[in-house]
Design a protein around this ligand. Structure first.
Ligand code: ADP
Length: 490
C-alpha cells in the first residue's frame, strides 16, 4: 500500500474538545472507509447533541482570553501551525488520498493549498485596521473598530478535507474567534489530524474544537449549534439545500452566515479561442479531484465554428487520462467518494444519452478497478433538457453544448440558479471585457482553468451562496464593526 499513517501518529479517532481527545459521550463510533476499496480505515467518534454542546462550552469559555491576545501572538501560532502542516505534508497528503480518494500528487497539492490559507491569515491577523471617522461635531470623536464575532461553527464537505477546514479555521482564529468544527462524515481523519497539529502549534485549549459525526447524528449535533445563541456565526461549504436549511434554522438566533454552496459552472469556448489552451484549461478545471469540486465546469459551450475540432482534441486527451487508486503514482483520476456519487454520475450520463447525447469517450463505471470508479467521459450534442444541464454532476463527465453566437452562450451560461465559477476562452479583447462583465458568477476564469488562490476572494452569487474566503476580504466574514462615539471632549 505505501500508506503507514498510524505510525506517523496523525490518526486520531476521538473528538478534540477543550484540548483533550474525548470519545463521544455514549461512546458511539462510525466507520471511515477508503473509497478505492471500501475497506474501513478507522472507527471514529459519532457525536451527538451533547458532544456538540460540550464543544461550544469549551469554545465559549476560551473566547474572552483568545480575543484579547495580540494579533501578532495569534499570527505566531498560525505560522507555527503552517510550518507543522508543511512538515507533515507527505503524511497528510496520504491521509487525504486514503480517505477521500484523490491521487497522491493532488493530495499533497491540497496540503500546500490548505497551508497557504494558514500562512495568509497569519499575516492578515496583523492587519485588522479600523477607522478614525472625520470629525462631525466639536467635542465628539467617532471611530470604527473591528471585533471578533465570538464562537464560529464550521461545517465542511469531503472533497477538500484539509483545504476547506483550513480556509475556515485560519481566518476565524486570526480574527480572534474560537471555533467548533464538524468535518464531513466521509473524511473526518484529515480534520482531526489538523486539529492535532494546531494543538502542537500552541493553540490554547478550547480555541479550536473538532467533532466527527455520521450523517444521521450530524443533524442533531449541528442543530445544537444552530440553536445555541453563543454560536455567532456558521461558515459552511456544501450543498445548496443544506445551506438553505442552515440559514433557516439559524434564523432564530440571527447568526452571521458564510455559505459556499453548489455550482453549475459554464465553460465557454469561442471560435476565436486558442483551442489547445482551451483543452488544457478545461482538463485542469474539470478533472481536478475527478470532477468533484464545486468550481469544476459542468456545462461546456463550444461555438459551432470550432465544435468538431474541439470535440476531437478534447476526447483524445480525456481518453488518455489514467484512472486508478491514489496509491498508484501514475493515477490521474481516483475513485469517486461513495456509491451515491457513482449513482448520480451514471444517472446523468444515462439521461443525457436517452435525450440524444453521443458518448465520444468513457461513459461507464469501471467495476474491475473497484466499487467507485467512473471512466472520464465526453458527451457530444448536450442540450438544456438533460439533467446534467441543471444539476451539478460532480464527476468526470464533460457535456459539450454547441452554440451559434455570443449572446446565446451568455444567456445559456447564466440560465441557472447558481453562480459560483464561470470560464471562457477567447482571444478577442473586447469580447473578453464584455463577457467577463455579463457572466453571473462570483469567480470568472478567462483563458485560465486553475483559479484557486489564497490571495483571491472565493465565493458565489445567486444560490451559490454568500461570503468570501481567502484574500484581504476573507477576514471580514469573522469580524463585526463596532462604532464608538466619545463625547464630552475639549
Ligand atoms: P455533499 O452532498 O457534498 O455531501 P452536504 O451539503 O450534504 O454535501 O454536506 C456538507 C456538510 O454538511 C457535511 O459535513 C455534512 O455532514 C453536513 N450536513 C449535511 N446535512 C446536514 C444537516 N441536515 N444538518 C447538519 N449538517 C449537515
Amino acid at each position: 500500500m505505501g500508506f503507514n499513517l498510524t505510525n506517523g501518529g496523525l490518526i486520531r479517532r476521538e473528538n478534540f474538545i477543550d484540548g483533550e481527545w474525548t470519545p463521544a459521550k455514549d461512546d458511539a463510533r462510525f466507520a471511515v472507509s477508503n473509497p478505492a476499496t471500501g475497506d474501513i480505515i478507522e472507527n471514529v467518534a459519532d457525536s451527538g447533541a451533547g458532544d456538540a454542546r460540550a464543544a461550544v462550552d469549551a469554545a465559549a469559555r476560551a473566547f474572552p482570553s483568545w480575543r484579547n491576545t495580540l494579533p501578532k501572538e495569534r499570527a505566531a501560532i498560525l505560522r507555527k501551525w503552517h510550518t507543522l502542516i508543511l512538515e507533515h505534508s507527505d503524511l497528510l497528503g496520504e491521509l487525504i488520498s486514503l480517505e477521500q480518494g484523490k491521487p497522491l500528487a493532488e493530495g499533497r497539492g491540497e496540503v500546500a493549498y490548505a497551508a497557504s490559507y494558514v500562512a495568509w491569515f497569519a499575516d492578515e491577523a496583523t492587519r485588522i485596521y479600523g477607522d478614525i471617522i472625520p470629525q462631525q461635531q466639536r467635542g465628539k470623536r467617532m471611530s470604527a473598530v473591528k471585533e471578533p464575532l465570538g464562537v464560529v461553527a464550521a461545517i465542511t464537505p469531503w472533497n477538500f478535507p484539509a483545504a476547506m477546514i483550513a480556509r475556515k479555521i485560519a481566518p476565524a482564529l486570526a480574527a480572534g474567534c474560537t471555533v467548533v468544527a464538524k468535518p464531513a462524515e466521509d473524511t473526518p481523519l484529515t480534520a482531526l489530524a489538523l486539529a492535532l497539529l494546531a494543538h502542537e502549534a500552541g493553540t490554547p485549549k478550547g480555541v479550536l474544537n473538532v467533532i466527527s459525526a455520521s450523517r444521521d447524528r450530524a443533524v442533531p449535533a449541528v442543530a445544537e449549534w444552530l440553536q445555541d445563541s453563543r454560536v455567532r456565526k456558521i461558515t459552511f461549504t456544501g450543498s445548496t439545500p443544506v445551506g438553505k436549511y442552515l440559514a433557516r434554522e439559524s434564523a432564530g438566533t440571527l447568526k452571521k452566515l458564510s455559505l459556499e454552496l453548489g455550482g453549475n459552472a459554464p465553460f465557454i469556448v469561442f471560435d476565436d479561442a486558442d483551442l489547445d489552451a482551451a483543452v488544457t484549461g478545461l482538463l485542469a478545471a474539470k478533472f481536478r479531484n475527478g470532477g468533484q469540486t464545486c468550481v469544476c465546469p459542468n456545462r461546456v459551450y463550444v461555438q459551432t465554428g470550432v465544435y468538431e475540432r474541439f470535440s476531437k482534441l478534447l476526447s483524445q486527451r480525456v481518453a488518455e487520462l489514467k484512472v486508478g487508486p491514489a496509491t498508484d503514482p501514475s493515477s490521474q483520476i481516483g475513485p469517486m467518494i461513495n456509491f451515491r456519487a457513482i449513482d448520480k454520475i451514471a444517472r446523468h450520463v444515462d439521461d443525457a444519452v436517452a435525450h440524444g447525447a453521443k458518448v465520444l469517450t468513457g461513459g461507464k463505471t469501471l467495476p474491475e478497478l473497484g466499487p467507485h470508479y467512473f471512466s472520464p467521459t465526453v458527451l457530444a450534442d448536450a442540450s438544456a433538457d438533460m439533467v446534467l444541464c441543471c444539476e451539478e454532476t460532480f464527476g468526470p463527465v464533460v457535456p459539450l453544448f454547441p452554440f451559434v453566437d455570443e449572446a446565446e452562450a451568455v444567456r445559456a451560461a447564466n440560465d441557472t440558479p447558481f453562480g459560483l465559477a464561470a470560464y471562457f476562452y477567447s482571444d478577442d479583447a473586447r469580447r473578453i471585457d464584455r463577457v467577463a462583465r455579463l457572466l453571473e458568477a462570483g469567480i470568472v476564469g478567462i483563458n485560465e482553468g486553475a483559479l484557486a488562490s489564497e490571495a483571491a476572494p472565493f465565493g458565489g452569487v445567486k444560490e451559490s451562496g454568500y461570503g468570501r474566503e481567502g484574500s484581504k476580504y476573507g477576514l471580514d466574514d469573522y469580524l463585526s464593526i463596532k462604532y464608538i462615539c466619545q463625547g464630552g471632549l475639549d
